[in-house]
Design a protein around this ligand. Structure first.
Ligand code: SDX
Length: 429
């Protein structure tokens, strides 16, 4: 396409801004030279209108409610793929052959144990520490152990660090859970699937055999896949920004975990289930809907709304189907929390406030119901999101690191502070 451009007119001067076109999605105005030419910054605090990078990994169409991982619709992957195959796809760009998948699975499986000395880290935490606090600490500390995979400029180091984190995050999350409930750590078992191994490490105890329930194993694998990547969300942007300084991969992923913890982001799954429990019964829903609409009340419907989706979050649709399937197969159809969630969704989707603001259930609305039915406490919901999103963070980090034009991320500001002034001696204040 001919070189398109937008023209900015400022104080009688004109500045050309090249228009760049993506394969799909909105065009972008290339403002990289704007400050040098016009001595002005653009202003976009929540990055609502800002493309921070060029990426080929995940595409979201918020209006259509569409999510593609390397071009493949999430609905098709949820039905036909597995989390590990999706990890390969996100990281390498193509679905693996049988041989590639087998090799990738074997490499991940053989990296699931953590250095035995890392067990001591957990002893330093209080038993009632939130598992996310433990994960931020332990994942960041991986750079204190795995010195042979810290050099971001070495392709092999990057690959080994990536495999280690995909493999060890479930082990670390399970250890954080076991530590919080006062049970002994359970070592990984190479004979189990990725999701089955995580369930075993969380729920097996030395006192009796634990058999992985295939229904829960499949549901867990699907939950992991649905959360795997999501374009330039807050935690992924955090990982990219940390990586742009040349920080080691473990530090970057630990930064992503810290950002994900917030209730406006990955912490919403825990907050959502706690909200559904607080609502308690269907007859109390109108009271909470009214609070969500009250500008003077900071309360928001957790699990509702999204910066990008102005239609249904496609992951929420799959999650809702999975909730029905899992609870049905577990014989807990009359789960009160699920009833409240479905009725809340029905009422909200008919309410003018939510319709006008295009607020729909997001990925966090139903995930907690399934996780609770599996036996997880709410404090483990966001750690499970972190396990799932590790592949997205790693894939985006690798894409950024391999960009030869990459620079350190360093935004500017709209300064509204005091003008220059002289120091005032204490006696004169
Ligand atoms: C995730 O970015 C990603 O991709 C994230 C994620 C991923 O996979 O990485 O999808 C995962 O984080 C999902 C979102 C989980 N968070 C929640 O469920 C928390 C509740 N949701 C809201 O906090 C909010 O919807 C956000 C944070 C998700 C989005 O916020 P935005 O885009 O900044 O929108 P906004 O806050 O400007 O809200 C727009 C309007 C506001 O009203 P007005 O000021 O225009 O009058 O909608 C209202 C808000 O008050 N609103 C809500 C609401 N969400 C937005 N009102 C009631 N309940 C809500 N949940």
């Amino acid at each position: 396409m001919a070189d398109r451009k937008a023209t900015l007119t400022l104080d009688g001067k004109e500045f050309d801004l090249p228009v760049l076109s993506p394969n799909i999605g909105p065009d972008v105005l290339d403002i990289r030279k704007l400050y040098g030419q016009a001595d002005v910054f653009t202003y976009d605090p929540g990055f609502t209108s800002t493309a921070s990078c060029e990426s080929a990994i995940t595409f979201i169409d918020g209006d259509a409610g569409e999510l593609l991982y390397r071009g493949y619709p999430i609905e098709q992957l949820a039905e036909k793929s597995t989390h590990l195959e999706t990890c390969y796809l996100l990281m390498n760009g193509e679905l693996p052959t049988a041989a590639q998948l087998n090799d990738f699975t074997n490499r991940v499986t053989r990296h699931t144990m953590v250095h035995e000395q890392m067990h001591q880290f957990f002893r330093g935490f209080r038993r009632d520490a939130h598992p996310m606090a433990t994960m931020v600490g332990v994942v960041g500390a991986m750079s204190a152990f795995y010195h042979d995979s810290l050099d971001i400029n070495d392709e092999w180091h990057r690959e080994v660090a990536s495999i280690r984190m995909i493999a060890k995050l479930p082990t670390i999350a399970a250890m954080a859970y076991k530590y919080s409930v006062g049970q002994p750590f359970v070592y990984p078992k190479n004979s189990l699937s990725y999701a089955g191994n995580f369930l075993n490490m969380c729920f097996a105890v030395p006192a009796e055999d634990y058999v992985v329930n295939p229904i829960l194993e499949k549901a867990m694998d699907r939950i992991m896949m649905l959360h795997a990547d999501h374009e330039q969300n807050a935690s992924t942007s955090t990982v990219r920004l940390a990586g742009s300084s040349g920080a080691n991969p473990f530090a970057c992923i630990a930064a992503g975990i810290a950002c994900l913890w917030g209730p406006a982001h990955g912490g919403a799954n825990q907050a959502c289930l706690e909200m559904l429990r607080e609502i308690g019964t269907v007859d109390r829903i109108p009271e909470f809907i009214a609070r969500a609409k009250d500008k003077n009340d900071p309360f928001r419907l957790m699990g509702f709304g999204h910066r990008v989706y102005k239609n249904f979050d496609p992951r929420a649709k799959v999650m809702k189907e999975s909730a029905d399937e899992v609870l049905g197969l577990l014989g807990i159809e009359n789960n009160e929390t699920l009833k409240v969630a479905k009725e809340l969704e029905r009422i909200a989707l008919e309410d003018e406030y939510f319709v006008s603001k295009k607020l729909y259930p997001n990925v966090d609305f139903y995930s907690g119901i399934i996780l609770e039915a599996m036996g997880f406490p709410t404090s483990m919901f966001t750690p499970i999101f972190a396990i799932s999103r590790t592949i997205g963070w790693i894939s985006q980090w690798k894409e950024m690191i391999s960009d030869p034009t990459g620079k350190i991320g360093r935004p500017r500001q709209l300064y509204v502070g005091p003008l220059k002034r002289d120091y005032l001696d204490l006696r004169a204040r």
